[in-house]
Design a protein around this ligand. Structure first.
Ligand SMILES: Cc1cc2nc3c(=O)[nH]c(=O)nc-3n(C[C@H](O)[C@H](O)[C@H](O)COP(=O)(O)OP(=O)(O)OC[C@H]3O[C@@H](n4cnc5c(N)ncnc54)[C@H](O)[C@@H]3O)c2cc1C
Length: 407
């Protein structure tokens, strides 16, 4: 009897010790932002037993990938601009398929130029139509080589690079006006690095993306992110703006808000482009495709998106479309595309120096690291960040303020 009691009490002691150890390892984490960055980190850490609070200043989850059904037409609308999921990363593709049924979707973009409609990216059809020819692939290669500006041997600007690749006519028709509207500056002010490869295909492939996997979530991105966040260890608080003091009651913070905002813009504002969307309705079918670019500067918008085409498996009588305008981002606007020109990079470096002095925080995502990131890259980086944090708990290494190269 005595022996058995001793054994029981030893077991209990063992359990208590073990509980304390696991409880000690369990961290209280704050995540700022419910976009893909925040959601993926939250899920990965929650699955390892950590207790997560995710806050967002908006009244909805999903960050800029947020979509919602239009009241009038019931069409699923990508509220912050069209989002197409495409990736070569099989791990990421399997991950999104875990949280959503991914429907087959191929992005085929058209462009209106000089009162004609062309296919993008520039392919054999575009070339033949544009030059009124019937070139074979080899003939088209020769044509483009002949058109390319051979006097430009060391292109420094976007304009020079484009002229060196495809020549004046195609550059002016498809790139010049669109770039001026998109970035609010002349292509000769932009670096050549923007156009890394020849932007032309010598076959009739009009799939806008080259990636192995491409698709659309059947029930939308918001539902996918809701599924990612659905875990007993995750609490989501909307309409909740981050303040630094809040972080003190957590073991670690992952911050996917704007880097300059975190420091109260003390060195100035990082430059972004913002977008204005002009919504309109159409009975039936407005343009016959999801995305129509308008390349001329004479048309003030860059493109029109007809959102029912992003869900080709659904049927809708009515249609909702958006004209998209790009302009410089002011204090009141939503930051969309980081500009990352020389001036901004200098400012960025000053914020990176400040960030490196912070403790128990990691800056993540498109706003936290001031980079344009596609969703697949965002997810891959978020997975890596969470793994790095878990590793830091095991090894005792300090979790870095940035888990990726930002400069
Ligand atoms: C117009 C446009 C089109 C795009 N199209 C594609 C596409 O076709 N394919 C693709 O793969 N990618 C596309 N992207 C990129 C995609 O939007 C990003 O990869 C994704 O949004 C990045 O997720 P994130 O979580 O880092 O940031 P976000 O989605 O921006 O999420 C950040 C969240 O943090 C919240 N937040 C910020 N500051 C605070 C604060 N102080 N307190 C509380 N909450 C805060 C914000 O409200 C937001 O919800 C596009 C982007 C844009 C702008």
């Amino acid at each position: 009897m005595y022996l058995s009691v001793t054994i029981i009490s030893l077991n209990e002691q063992f359990l208590v010790n073990n509980m304390n150890e696991s409880q000690m390892k369990m961290k209280k984490i704050l995540i700022v932002g419910t976009g893909f960055s925040g959601a993926v980190i939250a899920r990965r850490l929650a699955e390892q037993g950590h207790v997560i609070t995710v806050i967002d200043q908006r009244d909805h989850i999903g960050g800029n990938s947020y979509d919602a059904r239009d009241d009038k037409t019931d069409v699923m609308v990508h509220v912050y601009g069209p989002h197409i999921f495409h990736t070569d990363n099989e791990v990421v593709w399997n991950y999104v398929n875990q949280f959503s049924v991914m429907m087959p979707y191929i992005n085929r973009v058209k462009a209106t130029v000089n009162d004609q409609v062309f296919s993008l990216p520039i392919n054999l059809h575009t070339i033949n139509q544009f030059f009124s020819k019937t070139c074979s692939p080899d003939e088209a290669k020769k044509l483009i080589t002949d058109k390319a500006d051979k006097n430009i041997t060391d292109p420094a600007t976007f304009e020079d690079q484009a002229l060196a690749f495809i020549g004046k006519e195609l550059y002016e028709a498809f790139f010049k006006g669109y770039t001026i509207k998109q970035w609010g500056m002349e292509p000769k002010e932009l670096p050549a690095s923007i156009l890394k490869r020849l932007p032309v295909r010598f076959n009739y492939d009009d799939n806008y993306f080259n990636h192995k996997f491409q698709g659309m979530p059947k029930d939308g991105y918001t539902q996918m992110i809701k599924n990612i966040l659905e875990h007993k260890n995750i609490e989501v608080k909307l309409k909740s703006i981050f303040c630094k003091e809040e972080a003190d009651s957590y073991d670690h913070t992952f911050y996917s808000g704007p880097l300059d905002e975190y420091f109260n813009y003390q060195n100035g504002r990082l430059g972004y482009r913002t977008l204005d969307f002009e919504k309109f309705y159409h009975e039936g079918d407005y343009q016959g495709c999801a995305v129509m670019n308008y390349c001329s500067v004479d048309v003030p918008y860059t493109r029109i998106t007809e959102h029912k085409y992003f869900s080709p498996w659904e049927k809708h009588e009515g249609s909702v479309c958006y004209k998209e305008y790009s302009r410089a981002c002011t204090e009141k606007d939503i930051p969309y595309y980081p500009i990352r020109q020389v001036g901004e990079m200098e400012l960025l470096r000053s914020y990176l120096t400040l960030a490196e002095q912070e403790k128990n925080i990691t800056f993540v995502g498109r706003l936290g690291t001031y980079r344009y990131l596609d969703m697949d890259v965002t997810i891959a980086e978020a997975m890596k960040t969470a793994d790095l944090y878990l590793d830091s708990l095991n090894t005792g290494n300090v979790m870095p303020v940035f888990s990726v190269e930002v400069k």
